[in-house]
Design a protein around this ligand. Structure first.
Ligand code: PGA
Length: 258
């Protein structure tokens, strides 16, 4: 089964509205000559306050080559949850995807596997696509518990989801020690872990579901690493942090995945 590649830019807590609009326009201008059908699914994830500006830039361009994601959501629909944004609100702001369970959210904001699961359900209920992050710390890798930890994170994230829901979801494998450090995980090793994740999904569901789900690699992806990463059998794309903050490097990564 051929899976469509995905390149998603996680802007983290960067870019004011003006900068977000400029970066969005810059990315679209870099991709201007590219045929839409030949491109991977290109996603940008600005911070909440810049979603409007990025969405407006995308709509004004109208080329349909780049899609919008949020970096987080809350799983309740509405109510007394000060400071939170519901999936419906993010959909209203133009988002089609939502990143959940990023290691920074797990580490600094106490996001648990149970919350990730509730968020995945809420996202899928609204017809959006969750980008479910998982990844081991350096200590876990050195202790030899990487596969066990990742399998557990994924199994818990998917509790109660149907085959159809899982088939259209996206997983991002991001070893924590590779995020923002410049230490990219060796491509063969990233592919091995991603293959393991695919096996877990096949075991929980079936062969078709495991073959359908897109699984990305994230952690210091750069223009000069993407080709080798995309050449791996199980890596379907990348979740890019630092290198998604300039139009030129992000576009090079997008083009490297074509
Ligand atoms: P990085 O971030 O590309 O800067 O390592 C990746 C991520 O955290 O999604």
């Amino acid at each position: 089964m051929s899976r469509r590649a995905v390149i998603a830019g996680n802007w983290k807590m960067h870019n004011l509205q003006k900068e977000a609009a400029e970066l969005t326009n810059g990315i679209m201008s870099e991709l201007k000559e590219e045929n839409k059908e030949a491109l991977p699914e290109v996603i940008i994830a600005p911070t909440f306050t810049s979603l409007y500006a990025a969405n407006k830039a995308l709509k004004d361009c109208g080329c349909g080559k780049v899609r919008l994601a949020a970096q987080n959501c809350y799983f309740e629909e509405k109510g007394a949850f000060t400071g939170e944004c519901s999936v419906q609100m993010l959909k209203d702001a133009g988002c089609e995807y939502i990143i959940i369970g990023h290691s920074e959210r797990r580490e600094y904001f106490g996001e648990t596997d149970e919350m990730v699961n509730k968020k995945a359900k809420a996202i899928l209920n609204e017809g959006l696509v969750p980008i479910i992050c998982c990844g081991e710390s350096l200590a876990q890798r050195e202790a030899g518990v990487t596969d066990y930890h990742i399998a557990s994170q994924i199994t818990k994230a998917l509790i109660g989801l149907t085959k159809e829901e899982v088939s259209k979801s996206i997983i991002a494998y991001e070893p924590i020690w590779a995020i923002g450090t410049g230490k990219t995980c060796d491509s063969a090793e990233a592919n091995r872990v991603i293959g393991m994740i695919r096996k877990v999904v096949k075991g929980l569901y079936d062969e078709t579901t495991g073959e359908a789900i897109r699984i990305l690699y994230g952690g210091s992806v750069k223009p000069n690493t993407i080709k080798e990463q995309m050449a791996q059998s199980d890596i379907d794309g990348a979740l890019v942090g630092g290198a998604s903050l300039t139009a030129d490097s992000f576009a090079q990564i997008v083009k490297g995945a074509m």
